[in-house]
Design a binder for this molecule. Structure first.
Ligand SMILES: *[C@@H]1O[C@H](CO)[C@@H](O)[C@H](O)[C@H]1NC(C)=O
Ligand SMILES: *[C@@H]1O[C@H](CO)[C@@H](O)[C@H](O)[C@H]1NC(C)=O
Ligand SMILES: *[C@@H]1O[C@H](CO)[C@@H](O)[C@H](O)[C@H]1NC(C)=O
Length: 403
């Protein structure tokens, strides 16, 4: 809610420059006349509050007055002239008359006049621009999951903006190019409805992707109003065969698992052996192919087919049964490396321990003093240990200092 009251923060530099130039043009021309009132143009969002300030450099005690776009007097000095509770006196001094208009309406837009009743009367005008705040964007056009390679056309609409809002499309952080915004207006309504279309050719990577429509508007902070639409894409399975282990040994139990990543999930799997029948001891169980007891005669290339309603595909696995005594060469190397590293670490730790032990023996007095001190101050045993450790590290600092 803080934002609509300070919409100018978002104005583009060019707009600000234009406004500033206009302000300079209308008001500061008479800057050398100390009785000339000075005002500034204001921009406010519908529902917000705007403050109109009118100042003179010097006062001859003449009254200042604000009047509205229909030339009705709002305030004459501190006297309220129009009965509208949205309009309140903000400050009235000899050199300033400020008023606020709350719950601003689109119809409040226009030129307000500040006058000072000198001889002759001097006036300054302030243009109030009222921004129509765009509604939350609505995305339509996505009804149900679309097959891979198909096209999806999304439409995003936002109502009630003034000036017309700009709609932008994103997939994650990446901006997508939609068709140019369509701006609609109707007579007697100063606000606009805007819409934008986005057409995407979807691939399997778009399944579950979030498409965002965001509204860009000077009355909003970036990202204030956005909507998301999750895509769902139907695609045939990607198939992969995962073995139970990398070392199938003769005589052991073993299985292959067929992973079919598709949308929808594959409904059926089938197993085959290239150049022959499945071995008698191999049992098909859906996505699994179980071997009760591996035998070198099982060697060969196995195929898994996975099907969903969109299509099917297959993967291959080459089974090479090892001797019952086979050791995994790759993991053997890994073990040797890990063993070596552990040995080196243990050796370093031992060295450290010896150095530390020798140091402790030499500086036993200091160490004990610090430990005792920590334990004495401690309210309980745990803290005593923590304090003692603290004292210990203090002793180490000291060691560095003496050496
Ligand atoms: C304005 O009014 C005050 C008191 O109301 C007076 O002291 C002052 O002299 C007046 N100034 C002029 C310029 O008349
Ligand atoms: C904008 O859309 C709203 C709701 O759909 C409709 O009532 C209004 O008349 C539209 N305004 C314009 C300017 O098209
Ligand atoms: C493998 O199968 C052959 C014949 O099919 C059989 O003679 C042999 O004993 C089997 N080996 C093992 C380890 O079961």
């Amino acid at each position: 809610m803080a934002f609509p009251s300070a919409p100018s923060a978002l104005w583009s530099v060019s707009l600000l420059t234009a406004l500033f130039a206009a302000a300079v043009h209308s008001n500061i021309v008479y800057d050398d006349d100390p009785l000339q009132p000075v005002t500034s143009d204001e921009t406010v969002s519908v529902g917000g509050t705007v403050t109109l300030t009118c100042r003179v450099a010097e006062s001859d005690n003449s009254s200042l007055q604000w009047s509205n776009t229909a030339q009705q007097t709002l305030y004459f000095g501190e006297k309220r002239a129009l009965r509208d509770n949205r309009i309140q006196l903000h400050r009235s001094t000899a050199t300033e008359l400020s008023i606020t208009i709350a719950e601003v309406l689109l119809s409040d837009e226009g030129e307000y006049t500040c006058s000072i009743f000198t001889m002759p009367v001097r006036t300054a005008r302030a243009t109030v621009t009222v921004l129509g705040v765009p509604g939350k964007p609505q995305i339509s056009g996505f009804e149900s999951a679309v097959p891979e390679g198909g096209k999806v056309t999304l439409t995003c609409t936002s109502t009630g903006s003034k000036p017309p809002a700009k709609l932008r499309w994103f997939r994650g952080n990446q901006e997508l190019e939609g068709r140019p915004n369509v701006v609609e207006s109707v007579p007697d309504d100063p606000t606009y409805n805007v819409s934008s279309e986005l057409t995407l050719e979807v691939s399997r990577s778009d399944d579950k992707a979030l498409i965002t429509c965001a509204v860009d508007h000077p009355s909003l902070a970036p990202g204030d109003k956005r909507s998301e639409q999750a895509l769902r894409v139907l695609y045939s399975p990607d198939v992969e065969i995962v073995p139970e282990s990398d070392l199938p040994r003769e005589g052991e139990k073993f299985h292959l698992k067929c992973l079919g990543n598709g949308n929808p999930e594959p409904t059926s799997y089938s197993w085959q052996k290239k150049d022959g029948e499945l071995p008698p001891l191999a049992k098909v169980d859906g996505a699994f192919l179980h071997f009760e007891m591996l035998n070198k005669s099982d060697n060969g290339v196995y195929l898994c087919h996975a099907d969903n309603v969109i299509g099917s595909s297959q993967a291959e696995y080459t089974l090479l049964v090892q001797d019952p005594t086979a050791m995994s060469t790759s993991s053997g190397v890994d073990h040797a490396v890990i063993g070596g590293v552990v040995a080196v670490i243990v050796f370093i730790l031992l060295c450290l321990l010896i150095v530390l032990g020798r140091y402790l023996i030499r500086h036993k007095g200091t160490y004990l003093t610090h430990e005792a001190k920590g334990s004495d101050d401690a309210p309980d045993a745990d803290t005593a240990i923590i304090n003692a450790e603290g004292g210990h590290s203090g002793a180490e600092d000291k060691k560095e200092y003496f050496i």
